[in-house]
Ligand binder design. Structure first.
Ligand SMILES: *[C@@H]1O[C@H](CO)[C@@H](O)[C@H](O)[C@H]1NC(C)=O
Ligand SMILES: *[C@@H]1O[C@H](CO)[C@@H](O)[C@H](O)[C@H]1NC(C)=O
Ligand SMILES: *[C@@H]1O[C@H](CO)[C@@H](O)[C@H](O)[C@H]1NC(C)=O
Ligand SMILES: [Zn+2]
Length: 249
């Protein structure tokens, strides 16, 4: 009996020593960043009921689908695409791929675009993208999360933040390996985009997006797993999402 217990404890220790769990989402509170004009999360009802010897509390809330760390279902930009509740479970347990564009962003400035060359260079370093991959692109924006003005880089009505070029979006869709793309900015399209072409291309190909992903530290470029868990709003075009990375050390 003791022997088996010791083995179990040993295995738990080994698991926790060799795997690192990361939360890639921002919390929802009154500082959470939403797209201009969208409703931030607020409680429409907050109540605590006191009874004899105990109390119970409950709240009700209202929130835009696309704000904070969230999931874009293909339906968001494609009328016959999956809604949140339609996305197959197998696509929510994915292989992680990480691409650091922070230096490029510093060099190229506010309108940096992810290029096909950046994706090809990733494959030169790591081999082909695995089946069922979600590509996380870090532009280095997460460090501005606490300051909405810096994070959105608003200039009048126009926002300025980096994003995917049309060609990179098409390359990703053509790969047939990548099933979702995550960015540490409010949108996979650049801030000044008016045609949302990256959204349209990925949605038409049944890929989902993760936006406002919290990427404060670097992940390995490959060899980690992701759990993507949007709130299951059956008819949703998007939803708040929990994203967990499981990194093997
Ligand atoms: C935001 O929430 C915090 C914690 O609940 C509170 O102390 C603060 O006053 C709130 N700020 C605003 C602007 O509502
Ligand atoms: C946010 O950044 C802007 C631009 O640097 C600055 O003017 C402003 O004071 C900052 N706001 C806060 C709340 O730190
Ligand atoms: C967005 O910015 C890029 C780079 O400065 C520019 O080439 C492009 O024309 C701009 N797009 C729009 C719609 O203004
Ligand atoms: Zn969105």
């Amino acid at each position: 009996m003791f022997f088996y217990l010791a083995i179990i404890i040993l295995n738990i220790c080994r698991l926790s020593a060799s795997k690192e769990l990361l939360d890639l989402g921002w919390g929802f509170d009154n500082r959470t960043i939403f797209w201009p004009g969208q409703t931030p999360l607020y409680f429409t009802k907050e109540e605590t009921v006191y009874l004899k010897g105990f109390s119970y509390s409950f709240k009700e809330f209202c929130v835009a689908e696309h704000g904070g760390t969230h999931f874009d279902a293909p339906y968001h930009f494609h009328q016959s695409g999956w809604k949140v509740g339609d996305v197959p479970l197998s696509r929510l347990f994915a292989k992680g791929a990480f691409l650091n564009m922070e230096e490029e962003h510093l060099k190229m400035g506010r309108d940096t675009r992810l290029k096909v060359k950046d994706l090809e260079n990733w494959e030169t370093r790591n081999g082909k993208f695995s089946e069922n991959s979600v590509l996380l692109v870090k532009f280095g924006r997460s460090k501005f999360w606490q300051n909405r003005t810096l994070y959105l880089d608003l200039e009048g009505e126009t926002m300025h933040f980096p994003g995917l070029s049309k060609e990179a979006a098409q390359w990703i869709a053509n790969s047939k390996k990548i099933i979702g793309v995550g960015v540490d900015t409010p949108s996979i399209d650049p801030g000044n985009s008016t045609d949302y072409i990256a959204h349209r291309i990925l949605a038409e190909n049944s890929l989902y997006n993760l936006e406002n992903v919290k990427l404060l530290t670097d992940l390995p470029e490959t060899g980690f797993d992701l759990v993507v868990a949007p709130m299951k709003i059956e008819e949703g075009t998007g939803a708040a999402v929990r994203i967990f990375a499981i990194v093997n050390n």
